[in-house]
Design a protein around this ligand. Structure first.
Ligand code: GUN
Ligand code: ZN
Length: 434
């Protein structure tokens, strides 16, 4: 088998940084190398040490750039690529006026295929190598998504949206149909190659109790699958949810009642949780996914990371395209930082980069495969240029250490900072000419 060696500055996290000076939380090698055989990383270390292991290899010299594990986006809607930047006063109006209109177009399989292809291009250009994705209510939107994912050999998670009320007729399924279609899609796609399936009730407002029951049955029968939905994003959404489910104590208790909580359950937004909802989320090991660009754009609220962590909740950070405004995890973390500033918490850049890689891998229970550059991991690797624009170049002249460089990347960086994206060892952003 051929060996490929990538040379550059290596950064890979080992644990969650406990502060800006926590050098034990990561591995950094100034003149480092990653050896790749097939889809996987087979050696990591100083360039001289890695090179000495092999008689023959193909060298790709990425100096002076940083080599890191690919970014992971744990909440995004591929069917909303043409919803981004839609003007609306709040979540529910944005959903009814734009999102549901756009998602109806996925009744057409060709449209789904075209958008799926463009969506993957955006992810790759932005250095995102794994994402957990909502498809539309149409089963063939899932087919288009996984077909494209398989083509790129990406570790992707996706699922058919379940919704049977409070939406246009053309977007409605019913509990039995949604159960049957999801079951078939799970059988076909879950654990096929690098693909994984997420059971996807959109949120309590668009599902009847019978449909949430069907989602619970699917999860009970397929405990290895993910569960993804939305929770407590917007005050009007919470009020309407309470009206629709009057017997339940609060929003999260509805999902609990239908058996939807657990360590592979991902609750996007989770902004306005009561203390008992936080306790329930922590006890059930469920995951809260913050979507900062979306929350700012839709005026939904400020996710309080410190309070959520204090409650013992597992946290991920995601783009939430098309409520979110950027495919870039760098931009997303830039806004996450600003949201925490508004909460008087000053997230350090090491933690930001940990969250985009190993942190998001851990909340998806995928840390054995992705999120680090450890030997045995898939070679999902990105090459980052901290001087990608003239403004970055100028600012970079005054940088003194790694943390400052990372902070610059998350504040001014975007797709232009992604020099290359390797997926399972293959250069995917630009053709590998060397
Ligand atoms: N809540 C229910 N559906 C959606 C959606 O598509 N985007 C966001 N941001 N929130 C939702
Ligand atoms: Zn969402």
């Amino acid at each position: 088998m051929n060996i490929k060696i990538l040379r550059g500055r290596i950064l890979s996290f080992k644990t969650e940084p406990q502060g800006i000076d926590d050098k034990d939380s990561y591995l950094y090698i100034e003149d480092g190398a990653i050896a790749i055989e097939g889809e996987k990383i087979v050696a990591l270390g100083s360039f001289n040490k890695v090179r000495s292991k092999y008689k023959q290899y193909k060298l790709i010299d990425h100096r002076p750039h940083l080599l890191m594990a690919g970014f992971i986006d744990p909440h995004i809607h591929y069917v909303q690529t043409q919803v981004v930047a839609s003007y609306a006063p709040n979540l529910l109006k944005w959903l009814y006026n734009y999102t549901f209109v756009e998602e109806q177009k996925f009744i057409n399989f060709t449209h789904a295929e075209q958008i799926a292809a463009k969506f993957f291009t955006e992810l790759i250009n932005n250095g995102t190598t794994t994402a957990c994705t909502f498809c539309s209510v149409h089963p063939h939107s899932v087919e288009a998504f996984f077909k494209e994912s398989e083509k790129h050999n990406m570790a992707m998670i996706g699922g058919k949206v379940l919704m049977n009320r409070n939406c246009p007729d053309k977007l409605r399924d019913n509990p039995q149909l949604s159960y049957d279609e999801s079951k078939r899609l799970i059988k076909k796609w879950h654990n096929r190659g690098r693909q994984k399936y997420a059971i996807t009730p959109r949120f309590a407002i668009t599902s009847t109790p019978e449909q949430l029951e069907a989602a619970g049955a699917l999860l009970a029968e397929n405990p290895d699958c993910y569960l993804q939905t939305h929770l407590s994003e917007n005050k009007d959404e919470i009020a309407l949810t309470k009206q629709l489910y009057p017997v339940h104590k609060d929003y999260l208790s509805i999902y609990e009642f239908y058996g939807l909580l657990g360590e592979k359950s991902l609750f996007a937004h989770s902004i306005h949780l009561s203390e008992s909802e936080k306790d329930l989320m922590a006890q059930s090991n469920s995951v809260a996914i913050s979507c900062p660009t979306s929350n700012l754009f839709l005026g939904s609220g400020l996710f309080n990371m410190q309070q959520m962590k204090k409650a013992g909740i597992r946290i991920g950070v995601a783009t939430d395209i098309g409520g979110g405004t950027s495919y870039s995890m760098l931009q997303t973390m830039g806004d996450f930082y600003k949201v925490q500033q508004m909460n008087n918490y000053h997230l350090n850049p090491l933690s930001s980069f940990y969250m985009m890689t190993l942190g998001n891998a851990l909340i998806l229970s995928m840390e054995e495969e992705i999120g680090t550059l450890e030997v045995g991991s898939y070679a999902d690797i990105i090459v980052l240029n901290s001087r990608a624009t003239s403004a970055m170049e100028l600012r970079a002249k005054t940088i003194n250490n790694l943390s400052e460089e990372l902070f610059l990347l998350q504040t001014l960086g975007d797709d232009r900072s992604i020099v290359q994206t390797y997926i399972a060892g293959k250069a995917a952003k630009y053709a590998d000419k060397s």
